[in-house]
Design a binder for this molecule. Structure first.
Ligand SMILES: Cc1ncc(COP(=O)(O)O)c(C=O)c1O
Length: 395
């Protein structure tokens, strides 16, 4: 018999995929260069040269077993060591290789983390706007997703609402900073207040409430923006990272969970993730990629392009008087739509070959997301078109 849960999931439309498919189809008609597709968070930059060189060198010099043999269940030891050393050096932490669990991207990291610190029926709190895939990560673990409404003024955390959301069933709060879709980076004040609340609520319910922090955009930070390391604020933190965005290698599927050394269960969470992998059939990211990234772990693509693109879009929004919180990082921007119904707004934009994503799927109404991981030249060409869309449709 077919599994009804998964069959039912097929009925839910993925708006972003649909928009992207529309863009591809339209591209076939008028040339993709004429479609201003801001729908997908697919990095547009070259991978760091050092990564490509290391891959080439490995493939040329290592034997088959070293390159392509099974890695230990808990991941390539050199990669784990390199990840721990890098975090310690950059953020003054005290991780060891034992605290690092390599995963297939941030997706694998969050999915494992949720399972490691919850049991079916528990609640996981997410803060709007949130990455829409949190629903399958949380529900796939048998947990219930509880949404804290957005702080639409600054896209930090609405603490009044958060406080009301805790219950004896709360297993974790799952946050994402720098944030997809808002581009906002949580400040030290926000993270301090969050840590205080987590301590208080853990005490109130007599069990640790974990913090899962999803950070695939940790290295895409714009000039002058402070980017605090989340795990340094609260010990019971599982930090989920990915090399997809910083190295522009999303298809290689490499990330990790870093378990805070002072976290409750710090000695068992990584081995538990290994057991979770058995059930998921996940079993470690590809071997060669772990070996290559281990040697160039602090290198990144030329990420400055994203800030250039953000500034071009932000300036246009200002000229049009469209309210928008200025992103501190990522390659997303999340302005207020020119009408209440963001779905209608984005639909109208397609008549101008502008592909924008309505905010509804991120747990907020009335905004839209632009993913500006596209060529700067295309962003420049898109801005007059965007102005034309707004003035002709709304002014
Ligand atoms: C907030 C957030 N979390 C997780 C992911 C998944 O990342 P990965 O491709 O590394 O699995 C993404 C990808 O876009 C994301 O934006």
């Amino acid at each position: 018999m077919l599994n009804e849960t998964y069959r039912e999931m097929l009925q839910h439309k993925n708006v972003i995929r649909e928009l992207s498919e529309f863009a591809t189809a339209r591209g076939k008609e008028i040339g993709y260069e004429n479609v201003f597709d801001f729908s997908l968070g697919n990095p547009s930059l070259e991978a760091p040269a050092s990564f490509t060189e290391k891959m080439t060198e490995l493939l040329r010099t290592k034997n088959t077993m070293t390159l392509h043999g099974y890695t230990p269940t808990l991941g390539n030891p050199r990669f784990k060591e390199a990840a721990a050393e890098s975090l310690n050096k950059r953020y003054g932490m005290h991780y060891t290789a034992q605290h690092i669990f390599p995963t297939t991207g941030a997706a694998g990291a969050v999915a494992h983390s949720v399972r490691a610190i919850s049991k079916p029926g528990d609640e996981v709190i997410v803060i709007a706007p949130y990455f829409s895939e949190y629903t399958p990560y949380v529900e796939g673990a048998g947990c219930v997703k509880k949404v804290v409404p957005a702080d639409t003024e600054a896209f930090q955390i609405n603490f009044e609402e958060l406080e009301k959301t805790f219950s004896e069933k709360t297993a974790a709060v799952l946050i994402n900073t720098p944030n997809n879709p808002s581009g906002v980076v949580y400040t030290s004040e926000t993270l301090t207040q969050l840590a205080d609340m987590l301590h208080k609520q853990s005490e109130r319910f007599g069990h640790v409430i974990y913090l899962i922090t999803d950070e695939p955009y940790r290295d895409i930070i714009f000039e002058g923006v402070e980017s605090p390391y989340v795990s340094s604020f609260y010990p019971h933190t599982l930090s989920c990272y990915s090399f997809a965005k910083s190295m522009s290698i999303p298809g290689e599927r490499l990330g990790y969970v870093a378990v805070h050394p002072d976290c409750e269960g710090a000695d068992v969470i990584v081995p538990m993730c290994g057991q979770i992998s058995r059930g998921l059939g996940h079993n470690c990211p590809p071997s060669v990629i772990m070996q290559a990234v281990a040697e160039v772990i602090d290198d990144v693509s030329d990420l400055s392009v994203y800030e250039t693109n953000m500034n071009l879009i932000y300036e246009t929004l200002r000229e049009l008087d469209m309210p928008c919180v200025k992103p501190g990082g990522t390659f997303y921007i999340f302005p207020k739509a020119a009408e209440e119904d963001a779905v209608a707004f984005c639909k109208k934009a397609t008549a101008y070959d502008l592909i924008l994503v309505p905010s509804d799927g991120f747990g907020v109404k009335g905004f839209f997301r632009m993913a500006y991981c596209v060529d700067t030249e295309k962003v420049k060409r898109a801005m007059p078109r965007f102005k034309q869309f707004i003035t002709e449709t709304y002014r």
